[in-house]
Structures are given as structure tokens and as C-alpha cells.
Design a protein around this ligand. Structure first.
Ligand SMILES: C[S@@+](CC[C@H](N)C(=O)[O-])C[C@H]1O[C@@H](n2cnc3c(N)ncnc32)[C@H](O)[C@@H]1O
Ligand code: SF4
Length: 375
């Protein structure tokens, strides 16, 4: 079945590392549900069929919308698409927006998974990243979500933060595994050019941590999560059995999804489309019912994307599935390109399946580009 993604492009303030599309103090926030509803009206036939079983509200900060607005969007989606009864319905939340009233409202309107942007349990890190909440607020919001009936809770953590010690990283992970979260997304800080951190780095005022420290933190992450019953199912994602993100898994498995809202991407199996990363342009497009820019995915791109997304997961690439899509000679070609990584142990191969060695996963970008066919 398909997935639906809604990008809510509003934030109270910008975190210094963040390059996701969002705006602050926007007057357009008040009518955002109306805009999404109009977009749904002219894009409802994008997917080959209307059955969906994952809905994901991300951002930006979806929890900045009022519960009424969120409910309006959900209702519109439920009226337009065939939303499976067992759907996974996720809301991304910032700890400072989570009150017991809001959480109860999210639960009663149908959200059954919450992804809480925690980042760190140390106030000094939260402050230097310009987060709007304290460590205690983050902990309390996770516990409160659980106490109010959310059984499916994910938290985001960032490592590789300049100045973060190994002991602090260990403490972050140990706090995380004791909290009632059954999914953890842990990202290495990426210093993006267009962010405040990017500017500080260019000015020589912020320094990336060393490669050795990055690798050590990644190893600790795996060690502590595995020791506490989490499965490392995707480069940056860990989950207790049965709690993999069904929506994000669609991206890695090449399944179709419709993305609504500014900067949202969509994929219908053979084409990709992307909405403009500008609220103004998005509003104009919606008013004119303009289909967003897109591209047809040719066979070569499909093959490269298949390699990249499947190798992000612990399952890796299944040779039968690959051959069913691209043929035997493509598979043999892929195995030949991968040969040097089988020899050095960075890729594993068994039973017609290929996957990353867990330590090499951390360096996968360079290896993956070597496995692409470029013409
Ligand atoms: C789409 S963001 C927004 C979630 C939500 N607005 C929040 O801040 O809590 C999802 C996650 O991506 C991660 N992230 C964003 N930018 C990052 C960066 N430059 N480096 C590492 N992680 C990043 C953060 O962990 C963040 O919680
Ligand atoms: S991390 Fe979340 S809250 Fe911070 S700027 Fe990005 S989207 Fe907004």
C-alpha cells in the first residue's frame, strides 16, 4: 500500500544545524490545513490507487498547528484516500509543544505514533544548537506521551556534536533506552552550508569532531542500543522488534508515496515530483493547481536508487528481487562491482543477499558511489 507525507513548514525558531525547509513567524500558518486540502483536491489521483497504510506529518513542526487544524488535514486525507484501519499515523513533535491536552487530542484524532525531537539530554548541547526546550522537558514529554497511551514512540538524537564528550554520548544513550521509547533515530551531526552552524564553520568558529571520534560514537551507539534489545535496521535507525518505522521503510523499499506541503517529495513508482521549498511558490502553485516539477525515473536511475536505498537497511539487497526487476546480467554486473568490498569485508554476501558490514555502514556514502552506474 501507499504512504502519505504532509510537510508542515513552520518552526518557532530555527535550530542552528537544521536545513529542512521551514519558516518562522508565518502568517500562512493559520490557513495551512486549507492549503493542504486544496492540494489534495488536484493531486488525489497521483498514486496508482488510493489505498494507504502509513501517514506521516513531518516538518518543520507539525505540533505548531492547532489540534483542530491537524484534525482537518487528517479528515481530508481520510475522506479522499482509502486509509487502512491498521495504518501507522505518525506526528513529529517538539518537546516544548507537548502538553497533556495536545497529546490526548493527537491520540483521539488517530495519531498512533509520535516522533519526538530530543537531540540530547544535556542542556548545554540543546542551548548551543538553539533548541527551544530543556533536557527535562524532553524526558517529561516522552514519559507523558507513554502515560497517555502512545505505545509507539520514537526519539531523535544527534551525535558528533562539537564539544560532546564520549561520557555524555554514553549517558544520552543510557537515558534514551530507559525511557519508554521503542524507536530511536540517531543522526551524526551534518554541518550544512546554509545553516548557522555552516556559517560558524566557515568563519572558523565551529569545528567538526575528528573522524576517529565519529566512528567511536557510532560504535558506542550500536553497542548500547543492541545491548538493550534494539535492532539496528537502517543506518540511522534502531527499533525494538515490531517497531520499525513502516512509513520510512517505504522510502527504503521503493514503495509509492504522495508528499503534500512545501518541499515535500512524491514517488509513484516511475516518477518523482517535488514541491517548491518556498511557501510563496507553493501557495501560487496550489492556487493555480500546478503539478510540481518532476522527472521520470529511467531504468539506470531506478537501479542506482534501488542499490542505495536497500543497502541502507540491514536486510540489504535480495538477489531474487533485484533480478526480477533488472535482470540477471545487471545482478552479475552489480556483484562484479561489489567484489572488492566482499574481499575487504565491507560488504557481506550470503544466500543471494548482499548487505553492509555494520562498521562499514558508517562509511557507506563513498562505497555506494562506487556501486552506481554512471553514464
Ligand atoms: C525533520 S527534523 C524535525 C523534527 C522536529 N521539528 C524537531 O526538531 O524536533 C528531524 C530530525 O532530523 C535531525 N536533523 C536535522 N538536521 C540535522 C543535521 N544537520 N544533522 C543531524 N541531524 C539532523 C534531527 O534529529 C531532527 O529531529
Ligand atoms: S530541527 Fe525541527 S524545530 Fe529545529 S529548525 Fe529543524 S524542523 Fe524546526
Amino acid at each position: 500500500m501507499n504512504g502519505l507525507y504532509v510537510h508542515v513548514p513552520f518552526c518557532k525558531s530555527k535550530c542552528y544545524y537544521c536545513d529542512f525547509y521551514s519558516v518562522t513567524n508565518s502568517a500562512e500558518q493559520a490557513d495551512f490545513s486549507g492549503l493542504i486540502s486544496q492540494e489534495v483536491d488536484f493531486r488525489e489521483n497521483y498514486l496508482a490507487d488510493k489505498s494507504v497504510d502509513t501517514l506521516y506529518f513531518g516538518g518543520g513542526t507539525p505540533t505548531l498547528l492547532s489540534p483542530e487544524q491537524l484534525n482537518d488535514v487528517l479528515n481530508k486525507l481520510k475522506l479522499t484516500f482509502r486509509v487502512d484501519k491498521q495504518s501507522e499515523i505518525t506526528i513529529e513533535a517538539n518537546p516544548d509543544d507537548l502538553t497533556s491536552e495536545n497529546l490526548k487530542a493527537y491520540k483521539s484524532m488517530g495519531f498512533n505514533r509520535i516522533s519526538i525531537g530530543t537531540q540530547s539530554f544535556f542542556d548545554e548541547h540543546l542551548l548551543m544548537m538553539n533548541r527551544r526546550h530543556t533536557a527535562d522537558q524532553a524526558k517529561d514529554s516522552i514519559t507523558m506521551a507513554h502515560d497517555l497511551g502512545f505505545q509507539n514512540i520514537s526519539i531523535d538524537l544527534i551525535y558528533g556534536i562539537p564539544g560532546m564528550t564520549m561520557d555524555q554520548w554514553i549517558a544520552n544513550l543510557e537515558i534514551a533506552v530507559k525511557l519508554p521509547a521503542n524507536h530511536v533515530s540517531a543522526y551524526h551531526l551534518s554541518i550544512e552550508p546554509g545553516t548557522k552552524f555552516g556559517r560558524l564553520k566557515r568563519a572558523g568558529k565551529l569545528f567538526e569532531i575528528s573522524d576517529d571520534d565519529s566512528v567511536d560514537q557510532y560504535k558506542l551507539l550500536r553497542e548500547i542500543m543492541l545491548a538493550n534489545g534494539f535492532e539496528h535496521y537502517e543506518i540511522s535507525n534502531f527499533a525494538k522488534p515490531g517497531y520499525y518505522s513502516r512509513h520510512n521503510s517505504k522510502y527504503w523499499n521503493g514503495e509509492a508515496y504522495l508528499g503534500l506541503g512545501p518541499s515535500a517529495h512524491s514517488f509513484n513508482g516511475h516518477q518523482r515530483h517535488w514541491n517548491p521549498a518556498s511557501l510563496k511558490k507553493y501557495i501560487n502553485d496550489v492556487k493555480d493547481k500546478r503539478i510540481p516539477k518532476g522527472e521520470i525515473i529511467n531504468a539506470l536511475t531506478k537501479r542506482n536508487e534501488y542499490v542505495m536505498t536497500h543497502l541502507r537497511t540491514s536486510k540489504g539487497i535480495d538477489g531474487h528481487d533485484f533480478q526480477a526487476l533488472f535482470g540477471e546480467s545487471e545482478w552479475l554486473g552489480f556483484l562484479a562491482m561489489a567484489e572488492k568490498y566482499f574481499i575487504n569485508g565491507q560488504l557481506k554476501q550470503y544466500n543471494n543477499r548482499v548487505w553492509f558490514d555494520c562498521e562499514a555502514w558508517f562509511y557507506s556514502d563513498g562505497i555506494l558511489s562506487d556501486l552506481f552506474i554512471v553514464q
